[in-house]
Design a protein around this ligand. Structure first.
Ligand code: COA
Length: 167
């Protein structure tokens, strides 16, 4: 059984992430999407909220599981008996960061390789920061995220705005 893990912050999951997860699910027997910690980011959504939004987005694909984890990715990969780490490559600009991460992970554990998948070209410009920003200023994110994620975003940025006004 070939297992891949697809890690990321997913704050929130976008159609581009779903596209990559689906492609991975065609190639591997099991794909575990994991909401991981990037210490440089302060996510808008809690880990549990991000897991729940991803689960709903991939619920039709039977060989995808979604989990949250904190710690080193290579340790998680070992624990899950993963054969590969999957990452999306959208444009050349992603390459240096991804290259550094892949080689660092290989240094930490030679057993797990990183595989890059390209999302559909219509998603190459997309990232979670842009989606959050559009939603924050009342823009329409329907094209970029699944419907339920859009609804969660509207709720969340509404709360953030209210809290800001109270301060
Ligand atoms: N479609 C749309 N957007 C995409 C995308 C796709 N297919 N692929 C990547 N992105 C965007 C994300 O939305 C994100 O945007 P943002 O920066 O605006 O939030 C950005 O590209 C990259 O984010 P993501 O793929 O979520 O990765 P990350 O850099 O936030 O996360 C971890 C990296 C979590 C995998 C990494 O920090 C990690 O492994 N952490 C665990 C600890 C560890 O082992 N550290 C050592 C690593 S060498």
């Amino acid at each position: 059984m070939k297992i891949a893990i697809y890690p990321g912050t997913f704050d929130p999951v976008t159609n581009g992430h779903v596209d990559v997860a689906k492609r991975a699910a065609e190639l591997f027997d099991k794909v575990i999407v994991c909401v991981a910690v990037n210490t440089l980011k302060e996510p808008l959504f809690t880990g549990a909220e991000r897991v729940s939004m991803i689960r709903e987005s991939v619920k039709e694909i039977k060989n995808i599981e979604v989990e949250e984890f904190e710690g080193l990715l290579v340790d998680y990969a070992k624990k899950k008996n993963a054969d590969a780490i999957v990452r999306g490559l959208r444009a050349v600009s992603d390459f240096e960061y991804e290259f550094q991460m892949a080689l660092t992970n290989r240094k930490l554990s030679a057993e797990v390789d990183t595989i890059f998948l390209m999302p559909h070209e219509k998603y190459t410009y997309l990232n979670s920061t842009i989606v959050r920003e559009i939603a924050t200023f009342g823009g329409d994110v329907s094209e970029f995220v699944p419907e339920h994620v859009k609804n969660e975003l509207i709720k969340k940025v509404g709360n953030v705005r209210t809290n800001r006004r109270r301060k």
